[in-house]
Design a protein around this ligand. Sequence first.
Ligand SMILES: [Zn+2]
Length: 191
Amino acid sequence: MDEIDQPDCGVSEFSQETLASARKRIQPPASVDTTLVIPAKLFHETLTELRRRSDGRRESAAVLCGRVSDLRWSAEIVRFHHHLCVDHGRLLSINLTEAAKYRLYDELNRMGLRMVAAIHTHPEDWVDLSWIDERNQLCSRLGFWSMVVPWYGHEPWRLHEMGIHIRTTQGWARLTPEQTTKNVLISEAKC
Ligand SMILES: [Zn+2]
């Protein structure tokens, strides 16, 4: 079988030891000029589906897409990795194949939207980006966001307990709880 055309996420298996050694602390940015805005309904729908997909036993991921204007990154829709490609239900099931990425890029181009933030779940309360997450590039544009949700997406969903990261010239930086409160808005406006 020609595997190149298969929508397989192609995820390698990693030992717990490897994962533990990948746990390094990501420093906060000196300042954050931009704001991430997620409509409350979209935020709820995204976390509900990630929690369902994680099912208390595996990581799950999605991409929030929308528009960027001035310093405002506004999410409008969500696309889940497990809908974009087959991941075989592995523990680390959050990588997209190149083919799946290009299908998503193409869809967004047609809709006039762009990627705003990646979001994925972690098994416990550790919500920094692992080196696997850092290697898993969806968007390298400065200002792109990456959110990590603890406990496989189980409630309560508190922003200050999530790992909120932003792409800077020095790589990923993790916002402090104060920066998160100031720069990440869950908007009540309809989406
Ligand atoms: Zn991760």
